[in-house]
Design a protein. Structure first.
Length: 451
């Protein structure tokens, strides 16, 4: 009977593996600007290649690993438990689709959308095993995050000066330096200025900067105050409440674990900056994380897609409590691409906003509606496994920098939970990059144990 093992040997560094590794590291520099690049591309075929860059990378490289797995029964070291729990989650999704008699193709695509970025951990653990390479690519990402923070500070200062000093209206497009603002959005939102984040893309940039800053805080022995200040300003200028919550959690964790007095100053600066940014009654951290669900549809604000979609998600879940309606059927981009009938079955009234956003902006309610309580518990099990793997990897690491990398990744795992509440989870520049860091760390740990 064949047995699954893990790869504890240094594999031959062939030309094709070096090329794969170079691409895997290079794509990390591209993903933060993926949407910006695609906006300047006219060719449809090139546009599709750019938009699906991470999917193409994941499918091609993971296929190579699958061939190795079926031939030699070998998995990258330190990833077997992650692979097992991810497999259980996928199996749960496939059963959900089967019980609902959904299209097998839609079910597969729907599950792939859930797990694609987490497959990145296994891919990078197999191909990227040199910590020196991680440090080089991280330095470049640190520069990118710092430049984004500096540009955000410039845009933020310019906009605030125009609005509060020169008394200009937010409908004046001259106050936006780098953003392509939709005038209809401005009119709809009226004076709710805080909704406009860095380059009008707060999810990608605010959370990306938070990821890089978290790893920087933990892996750098002497934090450069200027770099930290610029990146914190970038996060605040993203106007993303989930990023704010993550930033506060990261700084508090540093205060507790490292007892750095400089972190106390940074915490004060963060709280002061966020408090100062309360520009309207509509803005609050609590409003993102509130669990209140209206008792009936008549009490729902139809301009609030999160509240409305939570109500509909619960309505769907009550009818399908164990297995949900199946992956790719509600709440995500896959359900929109394949015109899921669930929306018409449950008289979903915000299709215009949903198609524009591409998501109901609440990952956990999407999981509950699509996969039921079974799928939700399986995904929670995977997140707990990921945290546990990082915890034990940190204890096994003898290298100081690698040890601190695992500490930072553990903290950001909690941040992933933060930004999945009140939003989607598949933000490529954030989740793909985070999983790549996890994979590189596990790959380096594997090489350390061999050496």
């Amino acid at each position: 009977m064949s047995r699954i093992t893990v790869n504890n040997e240094n594999s031959c560094d062939t030309l094709y593996t070096r090329l794969i590794r170079i691409w895997l590291l290079t794509i990390l520099l591209i993903l933060p600007f993926q949407k910006s690049i695609s906006s300047y591309v006219a060719s449809i075929s090139i546009l599709k290649a750019i938009n699906y860059l991470e999917e193409i990378t994941i499918v091609s490289t993971f296929s190579i690993l699958l061939v190795t797995f079926f031939k030699k029964r070998i998995l990258p070291n330190n990833t077997s438990m992650l692979f097992l729990t991810l497999f259980v989650f996928c199996l749960c999704g496939l059963l959900s689709g089967a019980f609902n008699n959904n299209s097998p193709y839609v079910t597969l695509i729907g599950m792939f959308d859930y797990v694609k970025n987490f497959l990145v951990i296994i891919i990078y653990a197999a191909f990227c095993r040199e910590f020196s390479e991680f440090k080089k690519i991280f330095r470049l990402l640190l520069i990118i995050a710092t430049v984004l923070g500096a540009l955000a500070l410039l845009e933020f200062t310019w906009a605030m000066g125009n609005v509060y000093v020169l008394d200009k209206k937010i409908t004046d497009q001259g106050i936006y330096l780098f953003s392509n603002i939709d005038v209809s959005d401005i009119i709809t939102l009226k004076d709710v200025y805080w909704r406009y984040g860095i380059f009008r893309s707060p999810n990608a940039y605010g959370l990306f900067i938070l990821l890089i800053l978290t790893i920087y805080f933990y892996t750098e022995k002497r934090v450069n105050t200027i770099i930290a200040f610029i990146q914190i300003v970038g996060i605040i200028a993203s106007n993303l409440r989930r990023a704010y919550a993550g930033l506060i959690f990261v700084v508090i964790s540093l205060l507790i674990t490292m007892r750095k007095l400089t972190m106390l100053f940074l915490l004060f600066m963060v709280i002061f900056g966020i408090t100062w940014k309360y520009m309207s009654n509509d803005f609050s951290l609590y409003s993102t994380y509130r669990s209140y669900l209206p008792e009936n549809e008549a009490t729902i604000d139809l301009n609030d897609i999160r509240t409305y979609s939570r109500y509909k998600s619960m309505e769907i879940w009550k009818d399908h409590p164990v297995w949900g309606v199946g992956p790719g059927m509600f709440g995500g981009i896959v359900s929109l691409k394949f015109n899921s009938t669930v929306y018409s079955d449950y008289n979903y009234k915000l299709m215009g906003i949903l198609k524009k956003n591409g998501t109901i902006e609440d990952f956990w309610f999407q999981v509950l509606a699509e996969l039921g309580i079974t799928g939700s518990l399986c995904f929670i099990m995977f997140i707990l496994t990921l945290f546990t793997v990082l915890y034990y990897a940190r204890d096994r690491s003898v290298d100081y920098e690698l040890n601190k990398l695992f500490s930072g990744l553990m903290i950001f795992t909690i941040c992933v939970i933060f930004f999945s509440i009140g939003g989607g989870i598949n933000i490529s520049a954030v989740l793909y990059t985070f999983c790549a860091f996890v994979g590189i760390g596990l790959g380096c740990l594997s090489k350390q144990s061999v050496d």
